[in-house]
Design a protein around this ligand. Structure first.
Ligand code: AHR
Length: 307
């Protein structure tokens, strides 16, 4: 324990002027959101002349852990992780700390017994997103209706927090009931498949779809159309991310609401890494500000959506 404290106290200051080498362990490429996030990191690194070692975890935590170990062996200056799931990170984070390499968590948070194992977190407040979705729905549905929920990747922070916040938000509306909830893994094909199963099982009882991301909502919309119904009219559709395609679908009335989860935080990540490596203090948690789009504002913001 004492040795750990000594390592933590050591400042992580790198020589100015040298090319920064940063490793980024991305979760995968499951959604349009993820593609935009990877692109934001890659293009910003290229703009700044940072040597970015990018690793696509292909949806598996073990691949991400392997990537982090390889970054440590390569002697990178800093490591960025978008953790696919919340648990199981402590051992590899300890290895990074032993190598005196600071770790920035982006996008998703983790559950750890020791918060000092990472330097900071940069991303969205998933609980707040779920709460915004629930509040919007309660008003729109007039406090009643049967809901099916399309969950994100099991064990991931966005799936856990968006689920909890939505359930908490609906607690004061006994007429709004979640009648089924399954994971579509944040993928469009997953959303479509799960929605097909929901339609088979519950048929016209379904009044509302709550999807933990836009890709699953768009997949579900396709399943609903193939079943001869109109998403956005016969079934209220609410989801999260605000990718351009979803905002366009809201403007067209095919989806009803999308809560933003901004993935374009490459600049903030590298600004923060630079500060940490210069020995500056940074806030432990930095949240992006997210908005909500529905039929009142989707058409207006559509031309300026960047992802
Ligand atoms: O962690 C952010 C979530 O992961 C986004 O909402 C989703 O689209 C992505 O795959």
């Amino acid at each position: 324990m004492a040795a750990v404290a000594v390592l933590l106290a050591a400042p992580v200051v790198r020589a100015a002027g040298k090319t920064l080498k940063i490793g980024f362990a991305q979760t995968g490429a499951e959604s349009a959101w993820r593609t935009a996030n990877s692109e934001s990191m890659k293009s910003e690194a290229a703009k700044r002349g940072i040597d970015l070692k990018f690793s696509d975890g292909q949806g598996k935590q073990e691949n991400q852990i392997r990537a982090v170990r390889s970054f440590i062996t390569q002697g990178v200056d800093a490591i960025v992780i978008a953790p696919i799931v919340e648990t199981g990170w402590d051992p590899v984070l300890r290895e990074a700390r032993r190598a005196k390499i600071p770790v920035i968590l982006t996008d998703r948070t983790i559950q750890t017994s020791d918060d000092s194992l990472y330097a900071c977190f940069i991303g969205s407040d998933f609980y707040e997103e779920g709460r915004m979705a629930a509040d919007w729905l309660a008003k729109r549905a007039g406090g009643k209706g049967s809901i099916v929920e399309l969950q994100g990747t099991p064990g991931s922070a966005p799936a856990n927090e968006r689920r909890k916040a939505f359930a908490d938000g609906l607690a004061k509306y006994p007429g709004l009931k979640i009648i089924d909830s399954q994971s579509g893994n944040f993928e469009r094909s997953g959303g479509k498949q799960v929605m097909e199963a929901f339609l088979k099982k519950h048929g016209k009882a379904i009044a509302i779809v709550y999807a933990h991301n836009d890709d699953m909502a768009l997949g579900a919309a396709q399943a609903i159309e193939e079943a001869g119904l109109k998403p956005g009219k016969d079934i209220i559709m609410v989801s999260i991310d605000a990718i351009k395609e979803a905002v366009a679908a809201v403007a067209a009335g095919r989806l009803n609401c999308t809560v933003e989860c901004n993935p374009l935080f490459g600049p903030k990540v590298f600004d923060t890494a630079k500060k940490i490596l210069a020995g500056e203090k940074v806030p432990k948690k930095m949240y992006n500000k997210d908005e909500l789009f529905d039929d009142t504002n989707a058409a207006k913001v559509l031309p300026t959506r960047q992802y």
